[in-house]
Write a protein that binds this ligand. Structure first.
Ligand SMILES: [Zn+2]
Length: 119
């Protein structure tokens, strides 16, 4: 995708960058401050935002995390912090990298919190 030799005569009509495409599919939830993904969602048991980059699909959360912090270490996955309320959230500060085990533990802890009586 070289733009050499083709001066951009229509700067407003240039193709959007990956980042711009991503940003256009995210809305901010003012109540929770989550960044809610509004693009493609896939996965049957665990729905996740999907984003296409360079011909392959990554999860929207993973893309957001890598944009903010760099490549996800091999073998780890991008997970939502327990305090984040939406599986569709792609706010980097609501995400962390961990293992499948971390994910299960967080879900159990979140469940425990939910069963506590409210004051
Ligand atoms: Zn969130």
């Amino acid at each position: 995708m070289s733009r050499k030799g083709r001066p951009d005569l229509h700067p407003r009509r240039r193709p959007m960058t990956d980042h711009e495409r991503f940003a256009a599919l995210v809305v901010c939830d003012l109540a929770t401050r989550c960044w809610i993904w509004t693009g493609t969602v896939g996965g049957e048991r665990m729905p996740r935002g999907q984003f296409w980059v360079d011909g392959h699909m990554v999860t929207a959360a993973r893309y957001a995390w890598e944009e903010a912090y760099g490549p996800v270490p091999e073998g780890l996955m991008v997970l939502h912090k327990p305090r984040c309320s939406s599986a569709m959230c792609v706010l980097p500060t609501h995400l962390y990298v961990g293992t499948q085990f971390d994910n299960m533990r967080d879900r159990m802890e979140a469940g425990n919190y939910a069963t506590r009586p409210k004051l």
